[in-house]
Design a protein around this ligand. Structure first.
Ligand code: GDP
Length: 311
């Protein structure tokens, strides 16, 4: 990508898209194109097609998606399947038809089977049943990466797919009902610390294990992949180690200074027992993350406290 290339960052207000935009801006890219949801409804095919015909982007980071944590996924299956299938189909097809040089599609580590061998290698895709709490989202993301592969195979279109692990950082969704675990815990512990509450409730048993990557690391990996990776196979992006939810809660507690007790709510779902990506392919290409969980948590707690009103 040269520094004046026309680059469309779809989903630039979200956790991932905003980080990609920050990194591209800091690196001196001048041809950045963004649209808010109010300006361009990506679930509307005609609107997406018109946008691509007019703006003629050369590169696309497809970070727009309907995303959410375990409860949101489990309670709105139709929205997660429908919105994501529409958004990605419209953007990927218009990108191909309008001569985009390269498109990067964002997937998720939940595309791998529920009881996948750990760490999860890219080739384990479609080797077993999915986790039921997020299979709707996972099916949509699998369809997206298959669209990219099919367009590459049938028409030689340079579309690649990156599969990130659980992400966190600035501009995350901190809703207590629809967010992922890390921002939810940051908010719960910050609020408990501020109010002097005696307890914080963590959903599930605390035993599931998850891997967390700071979104600034992800953004750097995505730009690296846009420049150095052009293959059909999806590529994992992660930190390479995981923690239990109970360990995560202890770390968030420490980062916020909360002094009370952690209790577990066993009526809430655990989800998949473990989700750790095998990141050896990306590391072999020459990219490694730099933001360890402890430092990333401290930064995220500070960000949340500074942006509490709007977050
Ligand atoms: P997942 O990675 O798709 O399962 O999605 P989440 O990030 O939403 O949840 C990961 C794990 O954290 C699950 O076992 C949840 O039950 C657990 N968890 C604990 N407390 C919370 C919370 O307050 N919010 C969310 N979303 N998950 C929580």
């Amino acid at each position: 990508m040269d520094k004046t290339a026309r680059i469309f960052v779809a989903g630039h207000r979200g956790l991932v898209g905003s980080a990609v935009l920050r990194h591209l801006t800091a690196a001196g890219y001048t041809g950045l194109i963004t649209r808010t949801r109010a300006e361009l409804d990506l679930t509307c095919q005609a609107a997406v097609s018109d946008f691509f015909k007019t703006e003629r982007p050369q590169y696309v980071f497809l970070a727009a998606a309907k995303v959410g944590g375990i409860l949101a996924n489990d309670t709105a299956p139709f929205d997660f399947l429908r919105d994501n299938v529409l958004i990605q189909s419209h953007v990927i097809e218009s990108a191909y038809r309008c001569g985009v040089h390269k498109l990067l599609f964002l997937g998720s580590s939940c595309i791998y089977p529920r009881l996948c061998p750990q760490p999860m290698k890219e080739e384990y895709l479609l080797t077993g049943a999915l986790e039921p709490t997020n299979e709707w989202y996972a099916i949509a993301k699998i369809a997206g990466l298959k669209l990219c592969q099919a367009l590459r195979r049938q028409h030689g279109f340079d579309a690649i797919s990156a599969m990130p692990t659980n992400l966190y950082g600035p501009n995350d969704n901190f809703s207590l009902t629809s967010s992922h675990v890390l921002p939810a815990l940051v908010r719960k512990f910050c609020e408990a610390e501020a109010s002097g509450a005696s307890q914080v409730t963590v959903w599930g048993s605390g035993t599931p294990r998850r891997e967390f990557l700071h979104v600034d690391d992800l953004a750097s990996a995505l730009i690296f992949l846009m420049e150095h990776y052009s293959e059909a196979a999806p590529i994992n992006v992660g930190w390479g180690t995981d923690v239990s939810i109970a360990e995560l809660a202890v770390q968030v507690k420490a980062a916020t200074g909360f002094r009370g007790e952690i209790v577990f709510d066993a009526t809430k779902p655990d989800g998949t027992p473990r989700k750790l990506l095998d990141v050896s392919r990306l590391q072999t290409l020459g990219w490694r993350p730099t933001i360890a969980l402890k430092a990333g948590l401290q930064e995220t707690v500070a960000w949340y406290r500074a942006h509490r009103a709007s977050a």
